[in-house]
Design a protein around this ligand. Structure first.
Ligand code: ADP
Ligand code: MG
Length: 227
């Protein structure tokens, strides 16, 4: 599903040049649950953002379902992202001015889904994430765990084939983190491919494979021993 060839990402500011990714070669199959680990600053978020088409590599190739993304127009890339990829972030990234319902509804507005259908799908997603009772609240009125469940509802509302999660439990206590991991695991069992950055060994235990990054390149890839 995802293939990268010699991905390089260099960030340049006036004074410094940082090589965030240095020759990353990666293959991720449909249905996999992959964890990306490694010390702070090693390039995990940069890699996830490039795979998620939120950023471009400086050099190298990204292939999505066999097609090289660099050959796409900006509009094609945006469509590819909005139709196929759901994002979950450490800091939830909900829009404070919108209610829970409206936050989750946003991707469907983009897709021009009709009003009645939007209502049905949003309510279904909120129920699934055990947060339907908060539909009319604003993000700031919710606990961190509740906000992350709303963010997951928003990520899955368009039925994406791929979910990218950047430290999804990083701001949560262990009980809420566990609930978020249960939801992600369930989505994966239903066929959604998941790539998750995490610092938590117990979160990584949910994955099929752990990719270790160090200084912008992959140092090890371990298939987890299946019991
Ligand atoms: P991680 O997620 O593993 O903590 P990042 O991918 O965020 O690491 O960052 C990798 C490196 O790239 C770091 O040295 C970071 O400072 C640098 N970096 C990330 N984003 C930018 C940016 N927009 N501009 C300049 N440097 C950046
Ligand atoms: Mg990061």
């Amino acid at each position: 599903m995802i293939n990268t060839k010699n991905l390089i990402k260099v960030f340049r500011t006036d004074e410094v040049e940082t090589t965030a990714l240095n020759n990353v070669n990666l293959e991720i199959n449909k249905g996999e649950f992959v964890a990306i680990m490694g010390p702070s600053g090693c390039g995990k978020s940069t890699l996830l953002n490039i795979i998620g088409l939120l950023d471009n590599p400086s050099e190298g190739e990204l292939h999505f379902n066999g097609y090289q993304v660099e050959n796409y127009t900006e509009r094609q890339r945006t469509n590819l992202r909005k139709e196929n990829i759901g994002f979950v972030f450490q800091s939830f990234n909900l829009i404070d001015e919108l209610t829970v319902f409206e936050n989750v509804e946003l991707p469907l507005l983009y897709m021009k889904v009709s009003g009645a259908e939007r209502k049905r799908r949003v309510n279904e997603a909120l129920e699934r994430m055990n947060i339907a009772h908060r539909a009319k609240h604003f993000p700031q009125q919710l606990s961190g765990g509740q906000q992350q469940r709303v963010a997951i509802a928003r990520a899955v509302i368009s039925n994406p084939k791929l979910i990218l999660a950047d430290e999804p439990t990083g701001n949560l206590d262990s009980a809420n983190g566990e609930e978020v991991m249960n939801l992600l695991t369930q989505l994966n069992e239903e066929g959604t491919t998941i790539i998750m950055v995490t610092h938590s060994p117990s979160d990584a235990d949910r994955s099929h494979r752990i990719i270790q990054l160090f200084d912008g390149h992959i140092v090890t890839e371990n298939m987890r021993q299946k019991l």
